[in-house]
Design a binder for this molecule. Structure first.
Ligand code: ACM
Length: 520
């Protein structure tokens, strides 16, 4: 059955089934045209059916938007033996109705090549809509460059699971992946590393060995426009992340004057947290604003992610310029200096009609009270930062590593798994995750600030798209249901999820050629 589980689904066993044929016609109003296109695109390869426009005649499938009747992203889907009707609260709602309809067809409908068979849809009525508005996934395209074609495929897979945010982590110590016209060396130099560590970084450095193979790549601005448009057609917002002031070694290698001048930079070939960070002088801040200006011209999303995580303070402590900046601002420590930096970027973004979003370290150096009220905090080190931010009146996205970091192991038996960063995040743990923290159960005002949740795929140990699919699926399926339903009552049962929805869903992923992990 449909995954994520709809809020309500009634089967009408006695009403037979709708039979899709080469003459099945579709009528859509203007607002539903993107969903109609999506339906045709989705069904054509396997069925060969064109689903012609009804052109004033009787339509077999009717798609429409009824904003007064339904909420944004919500839909109703009714299937009888002679009609299919999808009504959405907005165009996204109709699109989600189409995703559900695809899943009511036999799994072979997801095949990329023609399949000869009968195509029937059981008679049902579905009333559905998401509990949370931010249903995201983050892809680290920086530790290992991920080709554009994979990102487009991933967008289709996110849409199938009714997720609506793709957060692209585009810059790192190990590579800068976004062409910036004003600073060509970011990609000429910063997009390439000489070689890559073999094996895990968590061992003595004198045991490190390297592969001797250069690694790199980047997205042109045209690539980004294509990705953003492709995502928008599937009701997915792409949120770019330019990580600052830490995780900047690739940029500093391209333009050493952006660093603190304490040691020679080199695009990193190992994993971990580099102590080499951005300077906080005017030149570095202007650089960040220039980059964000080009980023805003490419990405229409209101929110722009500026990282803020894991910025060691050793260099700022040792740098006379950073210390002078701290004194002139009357700040007492380097955490406050980072909070000041955050404020500078947040102000710049809001002056340009955008909003700052950052990892939870942005709370250090003063907490929510010390930050502009329109910033968004992504809570990754646990739930506590998200709770603190929400109580302090800031919007939050929950992304706690112990539940939603898909670079972690999927089995406790590490020998049976490809090398992963650490830990154990099994499917059941993802499924049982509840995005609105229990700590906010009696605080509706604060709970309102929880926009939703996001799963993360960091790619230090994930060098290829195929491997990325293995780490993502099926955990992303469990995440999609957790965030779509946000079922605080715990009535949804993991065993039921696996038998009723996930097993049939894996047939769909197989037809799509997704390299998912097998169930235990
Ligand atoms: C993070 O995992 N450094 C956000």
């Amino acid at each position: 059955m449909i995954l994520p589980k709809p809020q309500r689904l009634d089967r009408h066993e006695h009403d037979g089934a709708f039979r899709l044929t080469g003459t099945t016609s579709v009528r859509s109003d203007a607002a539903s045209a993107p969903a109609a296109d999506a339906l045709r695109r989705a069904l054509r390869p396997a069925t060969g059916f064109a689903l012609p426009d009804a052109d004033g005649g009787q339509a077999a499938i009717t798609l429409s938007v009824a904003p007064r009747a339904l909420d944004a992203e919500a839909y109703e889907l009714t299937v009888t033996s002679d009609h299919i009707t999808i009504t959405g609260g907005d165009p996204a709602g109709v699109f989600y109705g189409v995703q559900s309809l695809r899943q009511l067809l036999p799994a072979e409908v997801f095949s990329a090549t023609a399949v000869e068979r009968d195509w029937t849809v059981p008679a049902v009525s579905v009333t559905d809509g998401p509990q949370l508005g931010w249903r995201g996934m983050m892809l680290d395209a920086a530790r290992h460059f991920m080709p554009k074609e994979f990102i487009l495929r991933l967008i289709d897979l996110l849409a199938l699971h009714k997720l609506n945010v793709l957060h692209l982590h585009l810059t790192e110590d190990q590579g800068w992946r976004l062409a910036i016209e004003k600073y060509p060396r970011l990609t000429e130099v910063g997009a390439w590393r000489r070689e890559t560590l073999i094996g895990h970084a968590d061992r003595p450095e004198d045991e490190y060995t390297f592969d001797g193979t250069p690694h790199g790549g980047f997205y042109t601005q045209d690539d980004i426009r294509e990705i953003v448009a492709y995502a928008a057609e599937r009701f997915i917002t792409v949120i770019p992340e330019i990580d600052m002031p830490g995780h900047m070694l690739a940029a500093i290698t391209a333009y050493p004057e952006l660093g603190n001048g304490l040691r020679p930079p080199q695009v990193w070939t190992v994993w971990g947290i580099s102590e080499q960070v951005l300077s906080v002088d005017d030149l570095a801040l202007d650089f960040c604003r220039d980059v964000l200006t080009e980023v805003m011209s490419l990405f229409p999303s209101r929110l722009i992610h500026c990282g803020g995580d894991e910025c060691p303070k050793e260099e700022w402590r040792a740098s006379p310029a950073a210390q002078a900046r701290m004194r002139s601002l009357g700040l007492t420590d380097e955490d406050a200096l980072q909070a000041w930096f955050t404020g500078q970027m947040a102000t710049f973004l809001s002056d340009n009609g955008r909003r700052f979003i950052g990892w939870d370290e942005v709370l250090e150096g003063g907490g929510p009270a010390n930050l502009p009220k329109d910033i968004v905090v992504m809570s990754w080190r646990g739930e506590e930062a998200g709770v603190e931010a929400a109580r302090g009146g800031l919007d939050v996205v929950m992304a706690p590593c112990e539940y939603l970091y898909f670079d972690r192991y999927q089995s406790e038996d590490h020998d049976r798994e490809p090398l992963a960063i650490s830990g154990f995040v099994p499917l059941s743990k993802v499924y049982d995750y509840r995005p609105v923290p229990a700590a906010l159960a009696d605080e509706p005002e604060a709970a309102r600030h929880v926009l939703g949740a996001q799963c993360q795929l960091w790619t230090e140990y994930v060098p290829t798209p195929k491997h990325a699919e293995y780490m993502l699926f099926p955990r992303l399926c469990a995440f999609a249901e957790a965030v779509w339903r946000n079922d605080g009552n715990g009535v949804d049962d993991f065993a039921d999820f696996v038998t009723d929805r996930l097993r049939p869903h894996l047939e769909r992923l197989n037809a799509l050629g997704v390299s998912h992990r097998a169930l235990d």
